[in-house]
Design a binder for this molecule. Structure first.
Ligand code: ADP
Ligand code: MG
Length: 208
């Protein structure tokens, strides 16, 4: 890699705003049998972002959703794509503030420029009506034009609770899941499992 392309990559990674640096090579696929490694490696090759399709990672806490989302985002940065990683709560707050300051179009235009928008933790907090509408607009704008990767601990049937009613949730899910790779990541928390293993190693009497 030339210095110039290394600089450009570093810039794309910074601009993406990943909360953690995670890569696919540190992801233990054996821990989540519902996520086939070959499918994830295919996503990491980026064709879906060229085809403007989506990806959803749905499952309980600690199952590696943020890890996988960040690792896929990093893979796309390496392919030269513009990526942005946000949490649902932070992007809604940002849009609401922008709306109050009459510059929401500018923020929407910034989001529109990225090839892959990663929205992490949808469903931890519910939004105001206005907030839900702004987020809906982001999804509607991107539909069939740009990719979205969403992680959520809520099953699709529960999205009405964050989107101020089932109608908006249904309209949003319709667009999001129309062409979408969906992975269910329900299982034991990886963090929890790791801490239990660490305990057993320390105290060999226990857990035998
Ligand atoms: P979630 O976003 O689903 O709550 P995270 O991605 O934050 O979970 O995972 C919690 C921690 O466990 C992170 O440090 C992550 O790197 C690690 N982790 C989770 N699943 C795996 C896995 N299958 N292989 C390797 N590390 C994992
Ligand atoms: Mg997470």
């Amino acid at each position: 890699m030339t210095t110039r392309s290394a600089n450009a990559l570093a810039h794309r990674i910074r601009a993406a705003g990943f909360p953690v640096v995670k890569d696919l090579d540190t992801f233990d696929f054996a821990a989540v049998p519902s996520v086939p490694k070959h499918k994830v490696l295919k996503l990491a090759r980026g064709a879906w972002v060229e085809q403007h399709t989506n990806c959803c990672l749905i499952g309980n806490a600690g199952t590696g959703k943020t890890h996988l989302a960040a690792a896929l985002g990093l893979a796309l940065c390496r392919l030269g794509r513009r990526v942005r990683f946000v949490t649902a709560a932070s992007v809604v707050t940002q849009l609401e503030e922008a709306q109050q300051q009459h510059r929401v179009d500018r923020v929407l235009a910034q989001l529109d420029r990225v090839d892959l928008l990663i929205i992490d933790e949808l469903g931890y907090l519910s939004f105001s009506r206005g907030g839900a509408e702004l987020l809906f607009q982001v999804f509607a704008d991107r539909y069939e034009r740009r990719s979205v990767l969403v992680t959520s601990s809520l099953a699709f049937s529960e999205w009405g609770t964050v989107f101020q009613g089932d109608r908006m949730a249904a309209a949003l899910l319709d667009r999001l899941t129309h062409r979408c790779d969906i992975f269910e990541m329900n299982g034991e928390s990886y963090r929890f499992r790791e801490s239990m293993t660490a305990k057993k190693d320390k105290d060999p009497k226990k857990g035998k």
